[in-house]
Design a protein around this ligand. Structure first.
Ligand SMILES: [Zn+2]
Length: 220
């Protein structure tokens, strides 16, 4: 089966996304991209995550040609392709309707650096909000493509969030951290005006995250 490993990875992450509450019902969609073949593997349209099997994953080109798979691809396949076209580093895209990120978008807010987690995963101090465009359209894909020249993730007004990554794990971590930060921002706004990290504080946090956090500098 073509892209067998990637298909299984998409099934596993789809289930995880559902279990973690980043999506409900059949909303959201995820993909991975192989620049060598130019093929994108993407979740199918309208099949519950728990029922999705590796053979339900659709393999297609960025131009929309289906290479393998009997299912219809996600309705946002043009949006996923747009991200791979504009971000040479992207190997995976996670699109969710996660509650708090979506709530902030509905209220016309960006996700801001209310916690150092956000600049850590974004390499910048916010997740910008794009104006509302109908889901599944080329117009939405074009809007995302333009915006994601400058950012690895965006909010879609009255819709949800899109995060790219260098791997599916990377895109998933970004999507999850954005949702956590959006919840903190919303909760802080309920009791007052949140203090945001300054530009300098945000820069310092993502600089130290890229060099110091985790096991990167462990002595061999
Ligand atoms: Zn959507």
């Amino acid at each position: 089966m073509l892209m067998e490993k990637e298909r299984q990875e998409l099934v596993d992450y789809g289930n995880r996304m559902f279990a973690d509450g980043l999506v409900t019902l059949t909303s959201g969609n995820i993909s991975v991209y192989d620049p060598e073949t130019g093929y994108m593997a993407i979740t199918p349209s309208g099949i519950p995550y728990a029922e999705t099997r590796p053979e339900d994953i659709v393999i297609m080109t960025l131009d929309g040609k289906i290479i393998d798979g009997a299912r219809k691809p996600s309705s946002e396949n043009q949006l996923h392709a747009a991200v791979y076209r504009v971000r040479g580093d992207a190997r995976a895209v996670v699109h969710t309707h996660s509650t708090y990120a979506t709530v902030l978008g509905i209220a016309g807010q960006n996700v801001e650096a209310v916690h150092f987690l956000l600049p850590n995963v974004m390499g910048r101090a916010d997740v910008p909000l794009l104006p509302y465009v109908t889901y599944g359209t080329k117009e939405l894909a074009d809007e995302v493509r333009e915006a994601m020249k400058e950012t690895p993730a965006v909010l879609l007004q009255n819709h949800g969030m899109v995060a790219a990554g260098s791997s599916l794990a990377d895109a998933y971590t970004r999507a999850s951290a954005i949702e956590t930060t959006a919840e903190l921002q919303w909760r802080a706004e309920c009791i007052g005006k949140p203090r945001l990290l300054t530009e300098e504080e945000a820069e310092e946090t993502y600089r130290s995250y890229s060099t110091m956090y985790g096991q990167k500098d462990r002595k061999k």
